[in-house]
Design a binder for this molecule. Structure first.
Ligand SMILES: [Zn+2]
Length: 339
């Protein structure tokens, strides 16, 4: 089988390797599509420095080509989402059989090898079968949907609650759609009008530009109460302390994303308001629940305009897109096709 790996920043090389099913509960999956997101580009550039070499590719779908005799939920030709985080298997929770509460979930493409490879051998437990109504490209968002659901669980907000969401990239947009699905009232904030109009096309009603009118606009929408809680998505160009004055006293500010850049924040407004600051990242992925949300059409992914490229173009794509990212542009996700 062939794998693509980043041996050092700004390099992508291929390697041939033999891997086969080792235990009855493992399956071999022909990887068909991998999401190329800004996280992969940061690793390629070296602006995020994991332990190189890295096999990139956090989000992937494929088709089972061989299932161990002990597999019960997948068989040959089952289309699957390959879980993007798996329990470490070593911590106290994992050893007690509670992998879902693992203290050190391992993310593919960061903490462990990712899925930019033509075949992957995994435990059956790390595969979620895909219903026919969920396309391969939609399924690539299962990990992001799962992250957003974990944020909503953390907020535990009653119906009709105003939630300010900072950053209108894929995570912010999907989070707002899911908040609406759960009957909360998101207010999506971003400096980029194009991203806000894409969000409006997804049915997100309140979109606000991050400008000097921001706080007065939030006050107007919320009848002066401000947002009950706020969510700040990582790697957006706004300052990390922008949510504090937008959030009502006693509220929660969740920082979320797949990793965080170095950030400074002026804490005084958060302390004055007795805000709770917390993080949702690399939590246990509830992939089955996320797939169910796709089946129920709770999320509209069409406005992301996802483009697909053959994996043969991977090297050029990494280089070109990483350059755009370094120039401060909002780089969209795209799909690498390995068929
Ligand atoms: Zn663990």
């Amino acid at each position: 089988m062939r794998i693509w790996k980043i041996p050092a920043p700004k390099q992508l090389v291929t390697e041939e390797r033999d891997e086969s099913v080792q235990t009855p509960t493992q399956a071999k999956v022909k990887v068909t599509n991998v999401l190329l997101s800004p996280s992969e580009l940061r690793i390629w550039r070296g602006s995020v420095k994991p332990a190189y070499p890295v096999v990139p590719g956090r989000f992937a779908v494929g088709v089972v080509s061989e299932a161990g005799e002990g597999c019960v939920s997948v068989e040959k030709n089952t289309r699957v989402y390959i879980h993007d985080t798996v329990p470490c298997g070593k911590c106290e929770q994992c050893l007690a059989g509670h992998g879902e509460s693992c203290a050190a979930m391992q993310a593919a493409g960061i903490d462990r090898e990712g899925y930019l490879r033509d075949f992957a051998v995994t435990e059956e437990a790390d595969l979620s079968p895909l219903p026919p109504s969920v396309s391969d490209t939609d399924a690539l968002f299962v990990g992001i949907i799962s992250l957003c659901e974990a944020v909503i669980d953390r907020l535990d907000a009653p119906k009709g609650t105003h939630i300010a969401v900072f950053g209108a990239g894929e995570i912010g947009n999907i989070l707002c759609q899911l908040l609406i699905y759960h009957q909360a009232v998101p207010i999506l904030i971003d400096p980029d009008e194009a991203r806000l109009s894409a969000a409006a096309a997804c049915g997100i009603y309140y979109t606000l530009k991050a400008d000097e009118e921001l706080l007065s606009n939030i006050a107007r929408i919320t009848g002066g109460r401000m947002a009950a809680h706020s969510v700040f998505t990582s790697y957006n160009p706004m300052p990390a302390d922008i949510p504090y004055e937008a959030t009502a006293a006693g509220g929660t500010v969740v920082y979320t994303g797949f990793g965080f850049p170095a950030a400074k924040a002026s804490l005084k407004p958060a302390l004055d308001r007795r805000l709770t600051l917390t993080t949702v990242t690399n939590d246990f992925s509830n992939s089955a629940a996320a797939i169910n949300l796709l089946v129920n059409k709770a999320v509209n992914l069409a406005p992301f305009g996802l483009e697909t490229y053959p994996v043969a173009e991977a090297e050029q794509l990494f280089a070109a897109r990483a350059e755009e990212l370094a120039a401060g542009k909002n780089v969209k996700c795209c799909v690498l096709n390995l068929m």
